[in-house]
Design a binder for this molecule. Structure first.
Ligand SMILES: Cc1cc2nc3c(=O)[nH]c(=O)nc-3n(C[C@H](O)[C@H](O)[C@H](O)COP(=O)(O)OP(=O)(O)OC[C@H]3O[C@@H](n4cnc5c(N)ncnc54)[C@H](O)[C@@H]3O)c2cc1C
Length: 387
């Protein structure tokens, strides 16, 4: 059974009151040594914080309360996220919370909800996302990893790539091909696989700053129970798209850019540029762009608050946010002079890490669907231009 918490009705609080509550919570509970780290942390580094959030019922802001979440409205979620980012809170392995949880809540069977959701909240199951494959990234529907039913089990063969933090995960949610003869979008299913199954091999890949958060995952005759399929067989594409929708709202939140802009101000001060007219001009332009983005995000949040679902136009958020994040970090590097050549923070100060943030901003326009693909979606689905 899912554990529910005696939490106050956060949505009934005034925004400012809620903001202070979040800030106080972070001050009281967030470990200082994890503040402002410019890389994804591994489970062993961030487990304590995950368990603190879990113990307070603060782990899943967007999940309904009956499933153990905080049940926050979209607007309150925005405040929650902003405060976490402003405080420099390290991101936990959150594929279970941000992606799989909402998917199971919408499409999972009651048995799947009862089995998996509490284990995400308790930290017993850490999840990773098995979507991309070599030759099936932007063109995700071309994926070739297959699952064939053999009695009461699926037999999985194939390869996934760019799987974030797969070395830490106990489980991977997979898109698999279950009908090779159907139109490519129609032969895909959504499957849950334990990463310790015989035949699963996980290999880390080092990224630009020599961090091993990305992985390749291989499946060689991996057997999983039939009941691990979510939704109907061959109906995985609809779920895959719903999950990408959750991801785009999440990636479109102003948090990365807001956090980077704060760091830009701190960096400018440290470099003695605070009163420099050129610096002030660029900073102000970026700040106005961020204000625009916050307004844009609020418009989408407001639609969610009214219970409307978002359409293809959510791509706009992802493009605008990630490209703004890059513009801010580009400028940080531009003013950093010789410091720009350092991977480590300037003088060991975590607030001053222009290169780290610059490198973090590079893949933001790729993961969750690249800017080019989002622009194609906007052109076709929103503007009705020919494809
Ligand atoms: C840091 C990071 C973490 C990631 N984590 C995960 C994860 O946990 N799980 C997971 O499944 N995946 C993950 N990914 C993979 C990510 O989703 C893919 O990288 C992304 O979908 C792009 O696919 P691709 O890399 O195969 O590029 P490709 O599809 O090969 O595209 C290469 C370039 O061509 C452009 N392009 C391709 N097709 C078109 C077109 N039709 N029109 C115009 N331009 C086009 C693209 O925009 C891109 O610029 C991660 C990626 C990164 C960088």
């Amino acid at each position: 059974m899912t554990q529910t918490f005696q939490l106050p009705d956060f949505n009934a609080l005034a925004d400012d009151e809620f903001r202070h509550l979040v800030r106080d919570f972070l001050q009281a509970n967030f470990p200082d040594e994890l503040r402002d780290l410019p890389k994804r942390l591994h489970w062993n580094e961030v487990k304590g914080w995950y368990m603190t959030l879990s113990a307070h019922g603060w782990l899943a802001p967007g999940w309904p309360r009956e499933f153990g979440g905080m049940g926050l409205s979209a607007a309150k979620q925005l405040i929650y996220t902003e405060e976490f980012e402003n405080y420099g809170v390290a991101r936990t392995p959150d594929h279970g919370i941000m992606l799989l949880g909402p998917l199971l809540i919408r499409y999972g069977s009651p048995e799947q909800q009862q089995h998996f959701l509490p284990r995400i909240l308790s930290g017993e199951h850490i999840w990773c996302q098995g979507y991309s494959e070599p030759n099936a990234g932007s063109d995700l529907a071309s994926l070739r990893t297959e699952a064939v039913l053999d009695g009461e089990e699926w037999v999985v063969n194939g390869q996934k790539i760019w799987t974030t933090l797969a070395t830490d995960a106990d489980w991977i949610f997979l898109l698999v091909r279950t009908d090779k003869s159907a139109k490519k979008q129609e032969g895909i299913s959504f499957l849950l696989v334990p990463t310790n199954s015989p035949g699963v091999t996980v290999r880390p890949i080092l990224n630009l700053d020599l961090h091993d958060e990305l992985c390749e995952v291989f499946f060689d005759d991996v057997r999983v129970p039939k009941a691990n399929l979510v939704g109907e067989m061959n109906a995985g594409w609809t779920m895959a798209k719903a999950l990408l929708g959750f991801e785009r709202i999440f990636l479109g939140s102003p948090k990365q850019s807001a956090n980077a802009l704060t760091r830009l101000e701190v960096l400018g001060e440290h470099l003695g540029l605070s009163q420099d007219p050129g610096f002030r001009d660029r900073l102000t332009r970026l700040r106005l762009d961020l204000d625009d983005h916050k307004l844009l995000f609020e418009t989408f949040a407001e639609r969610l608050r009214r219970g409307e679902s978002l359409g293809a136009d959510v791509s706009l958020l992802k493009v605008h946010q990630t490209e703004l994040f890059q513009r801010i970090t580009d400028y940080m590097l531009e003013i950093s002079g010789e410091y720009a050549a350092l991977l480590d923070p300037i003088e060991g100060n975590g607030n001053l890490n222009p290169t780290g943030l610059f490198l973090q901003a590079r893949p933001a326009t790729i993961y969750g669907g690249s800017s080019e693909i989002q622009r194609n979606i906007l052109a076709k689905m929103v503007l009705g231009l020919p494809g």
